[in-house]
Design a protein around this ligand. Structure first.
Ligand code: ADP
Length: 489
């Protein structure tokens, strides 16, 4: 148990949070970080939209806290703000209720509708805190959807109970910034003309950028790994905001994500055919692998095949063009590949094609499926994460936790969390490559195969080392807490 005298009150504001709504790593972080901070003695609230797509079982547990009307837009139109609350394991979740904005999408719709939705949500989050008279030391905002919070805090809310609250904005993925026509954002945000200038919201002659404005106004900026914090200050990774980020870099820090080690606990994971820990991983992984083959209809004729897993959004970011380019060279009769993901039809169709071509050895499961993801992390031998860029990446952390050796590109958090295997010293957690090209990925895959098939003892030692690596939130939560305290001082 950590120190309980910190008195640090933190409100999290973001667009998704497991288990209510999750499309990627942001949802995991919004779930796990508040829990880790509570263990460090913090008080945490998480503010989320009450999307229609949230499961009924959660909606039924919510209680009504209150409601009020809030002015939004340049014309001062008023909108209903309801607050529904639910408590889970010491964290309070406040859901902002407004059916006009949150009845569509899964949870996102399209940028044109999402911009008004998240303008409203950012302002309503602060209005809700004010209404509840819960004044946090730090309002920790996540990604572009919550990026207007620092601006509202320093303008519309400068003279209320929130005036002492500091804002922190975390970049989970700089690719998505909330860019739209200046007039569209001016109208929906209701923010004053003065903020639509180049140092803040103005992006180019015609467009405004919500993330850019938030980064300018936040008291502190973080991103989810030290390497990504450096990368985004370069034109290659900066998504056209590199100069802006270099300017604001003195307020920016990189803190790597962890994973929730209660959700991702192979010894208690009820979704697995054979739960295991580091003492029996080798035999149990075998059982999980066989069960996975059975479930997915993969061939069991030759049990000695090496199995690669890939669980991902199927988008350009994830390096899937490299996988596509080497699939025919990976499939050598001794290899099986399982892909779980949805996204760009180009990749969905490519993997369906390989499933057909290598029937029995390739499975393309084009879907979002939490339970299957657990079984893939447990049942595969190696795990592919060849991303073009990766702010932190959680799948390589989960894979290691489950004793599955990652094969990753050395970028962002992948570089910070996977130490390359060193044949001389026998150290390392996985196989890595640096240049973004198919041959480099193939080399890393082949190195993994060579160790797996020819030096199994060394492979097995790496499996155990990976399971014992600390990928929990504890260290990272402490770093966030230090940063909060610096802001409060
Ligand atoms: P990103 O946030 O860029 O999507 P991360 O690696 O940070 O990538 O987080 C991805 C999270 O989403 C992981 O928890 C991963 O297991 C999960 N995930 C991704 N795709 C799927 C899927 N098709 N089915 C189940 N879980 C998925």
């Amino acid at each position: 148990m950590g120190n309980t005298d910190t008195g640090c009150k933190v409100a999290f504001v973001g667009s998704e949070c497991y288990p209510f709504v999750k499309t990627g790593g942001l949802g995991d972080v919004m779930y796990a970080l508040p829990r880790a901070l509570i263990r460090e003695g913090c008080e945490c609230r998480v503010i989320l939209p009450l999307y229609a797509c949230i499961k009924e079982q959660y909606k039924q547990q919510m209680k009504y806290i209150g409601s009020f009307m809030m002015d939004q837009t340049m014309e001062g139109r008023t909108f209903y703000v309801g607050i529904m609350e639910l408590e889970m394991d010491g964290v309070t979740y406040d859901f902002i209720d407004n059916r006009e904005f949150f009845d569509w999408g899964n949870p996102y719709t399209g940028l044109w509708e999402d911009i008004p939705k998240y303008c409203y949500f950012s302002k309503a989050s602060l209005a809700a805190l004010n209404y509840m008279e819960w004044y946090p030391d730090v309002i920790h905002c996540h990604d572009w959807q919550a990026a207007l919070v620092p601006l509202y805090l320093k303008t519309k809310f400068w003279n209320c109970g929130l005036k002492k609250s500091k804002s922190m904005l975390t970049i989970h993925n700089l690719r998505f910034q909330g860019i739209c026509g200046i007039e569209h954002l001016k109208y929906w945000s209701g923010l004053s003309d003065g903020l639509f200038d180049y140092p803040v919201l103005k992006y180019n002659e015609d467009e405004a950028n919500m993330f850019k404005g938030g980064l300018a106004y936040a008291d502190a900026i973080t991103t989810v790994s030290a390497t990504y914090a450096k990368e985004i200050q370069t034109p290659e990774f900066g998504e056209h905001l590199d100069a802006h980020l270099r300017y604001h870099a003195p307020r920016m820090r990189g803190i790597v994500n962890g994973i929730d080690t209660e959700i991702w606990d192979s010894s208690k994971d009820k979704l697995l055919a054979a739960p295991y820990d580091v003492s029996n991983v080798l035999e149990k992984k075998w059982e999980n692998k066989e069960a996975l083959r059975e479930q997915l209809g993969l061939s069991r004729a030759d049990g000695g095949k090496m199995m690669f897993g890939l669980v991902s959004r199927l988008t350009d970011q994830k390096g899937l063009d490299l996988v596509d380019a080497i699939m025919t060279r990976i499939m050598d009769g001794n290899t099986q590949v399982i892909v779980l993901g949805t996204g760009d039809p180009r990749y969905e169709n490519a993997f369906r094609y390989y499933e057909d071509k290598y029937r029995g050895d390739v499975c393309a499961y084009i879907s979002y499926n939490e339970a299957l993801a657990h079984r893939i992390y447990a049942g595969t031998d190696a795990f592919l994460v060849p991303s073009l860029f990766e702010p932190c990446g959680l799948t390589q952390l989960i894979a290691m936790r489950y004793g599955t050796v990652p094969v990753v590109r050395e970028t962002g958090g992948l570089k910070d969390t996977v130490l390359p295997y060193n044949a001389e010293t026998g150290e390392g957690n996985g196989f890595t490559f640096t240049q973004y090209n198919p041959d480099s990925l193939l080399q890393a895959v082949n190195d993994a195969k060579t160790l797996f098939f020819t030096e199994r003892q060394k492979w097995d030692a790496m499996v155990k080392r990976d399971m014992e690596k600390d990928v929990s939130w504890e260290q990272s939560a402490k770093q966030y807490l230090d940063f909060y305290r610096e802001l409060m001082a």
